[in-house]
Design a binder for this molecule. Structure first.
Ligand SMILES: [Zn+2]
Length: 227
């Protein structure tokens, strides 16, 4: 047997992660993709890469990112369309951060041939106060980019980077008022998407307020994949 074959059974696996910022879905998506032997497609990273490489899409997306605005649906759909046409997506993929709107979901269905019934949509649920605590407690080092959390992953010395000794800062995005706004925006934009998938795909609610390994075991179980 070829060792490059995915560990997953012969069917194509298509997994979508939905969930508010701070729900921990990025970490789980990466781990699941590695476990299944399929690529993780994260639109945030892809956008940053396209911009760095100055691809035609990257050049179009750059002004939106720079101004802190949402990148238009059609640009994101085009980006994902290019990516999933690559041969490594032949056995499927794990999507992280896409789709986030109804038009994006429709674009995805169109490019993959329509029927999302066999897809698994993990919907991460985490209480709002936990999300607030997770996000607003984040700190990072402006010099070496190491990340910390005041409660879950504090540095040895309060407010100082373990790696390089620089004073830690809070990203603008992680300030409490901005976090509240991000959560509000997520709820508003994603609600129609959840409604959309509820009847068209296999929605699996995930309690994201548990230890990472426990959450991961649930994901494997839902996919009927051995740990
Ligand atoms: Zn540092």
């Amino acid at each position: 047997m070829a060792d490059a074959s995915p560990r997953h059974r012969s069917t194509v696996v298509r997994v979508i992660f939905l969930g508010p910022p701070g729900a921990g879905k990025g970490t789980q998506a990466a781990r699941l993709a590695a476990h299944l032997g399929v690529p993780k497609i994260g639109t945030g990273e892809m956008l940053r890469e396209a911009i760095a490489k100055e691809t035609p899409l990257g050049r179009k997306a750059h002004p939106y990112m720079e101004a802190g605005n949402l990148v238009p649906d059609d640009l994101l759909v085009a980006l994902v369309r290019e990516r999933i046409a690559e041969p490594d997506c032949g056995h499927g993929f794990v999507l992280d951060g896409f789709p986030r709107t109804l038009p994006q979901a429709q674009g995805l269905e169109e490019m993959t041939g329509g029927d999302p019934r066999a897809w698994v949509v993990f919907d991460f649920e985490v209480p709002r106060d936990v999300l607030m605590m997770r996000l607003s407690g984040r700190r990072w080092c402006p010099r070496c980019q190491a990340t910390y959390h005041v409660v879950n992953d504090p540095p040895e010395r309060k407010g100082v980077c373990d790696v390089c000794g620089t004073g830690l800062v809070q990203r603008e995005d992680d300030r409490e008022t901005v976090v509240a706004h991000r959560l509000e925006e997520y709820a508003q934009r994603t609600f129609p998407l959840i409604e959309h998938y509820r009847t068209r795909a296999r929605m699996v609610p995930v309690d994201g307020n548990r230890p990472m390994d426990v959450v991961f075991r649930d994901l494997l179980q839902a996919l009927e994949v051995a740990a």
